[in-house]
Design a protein around this ligand. Structure first.
Ligand code: SF4
Ligand code: FES
Length: 218
């Protein structure tokens, strides 16, 4: 199957997504809810691209390639939608994301500093009952990666997405915390989380030693 990404011809197997074609063509398309270890989810709308003749921008991670498709990864409307989505996500966080996180990388890519919208921000809500993993609810952007890692990679089914909009988040077990869930402590959730909403206690302790601030205690 042949198509063009930003004017560059590329050949992919049938069933490939636009994101895969863009990567094959050496083009960077930002992503947040995507992790190539799991099935695409199409939740964050950060990977928006435009197609010649297309009615509207589409999510590159879930849209399949077609023969002779002409895709633009940096088209203005697609970039505006993606950047506004990231800005909206940032506007709900209590503080800017830590520099090393994927969310911070994406924000830098779109050159988003202080969000224009100053609405309600999430309040710190921490669960440190698990022996290794810490859950910082206020940093969760509901990308669903941890739930899918737990289900698809580990098969443990310990995590569930809960709530809607501003009140959405992640719950372990029957809302009784990680430790009483079917969690097997594999760390796949922490490994994939793009914001550090799920992380390891030891990393929080290291961060607190470095900054001199308390590392995510309740
Ligand atoms: S805890 Fe992390 S990986 Fe899970 S939904 Fe929230 S931001 Fe995404
Ligand atoms: S990375 Fe494509 S919609 Fe999230």
């Amino acid at each position: 199957m042949r198509l063009e990404i930003d004017g560059q011809p590329v050949e992919v197997e049938p069933g490939a997504t636009i994101l895969e074609a863009a990567q094959a063509a050496g083009r960077y398309v930002p992503t947040l809810c995507f992790d190539d270890r799991m099935a695409p989810f199409g939740a964050c709308r950060v990977c928006m691209v435009s197609m010649e003749g297309g009615a509207a921008p589409v999510a590159a991670c879930t849209t399949l390639c077609r023969d002779d498709m002409k895709v633009q990864t940096e088209e203005a409307t697609a970039r505006r939608i993606a950047a506004a989505t990231v800005e909206l996500v940032l506007s709900e966080l209590p503080e800017p994301p830590a520099e090393h996180t994927e969310l911070a990388t994406v924000a830098r890519y779109f050159k988003i500093g202080e969000p224009r919208w100053q609405g309600e921000r999430r309040r710190p809500a921490h669960d440190r009952r698990h022996p290794y993993l810490a859950l910082q609810h206020e940093l969760c952007i509901s990308c669903g990666r941890c739930v899918r890692a737990c289900d698809e990679v580990q098969g443990a089914f310990a995590l569930t997405a809960t709530g809607r909009g501003f009140h959405s988040g992640i719950t372990a077990g029957l809302d009784s915390g990680f430790v009483d869930s079917t969690c097997v402590s594999c760390g796949a959730c922490a490994d994939t989380c793009p914001t550090d909403a799920i992380t390891e206690h030891s990393l929080l302790e290291l961060a607190s030693e470095y900054t001199g601030e308390e590392g995510g205690t309740p």
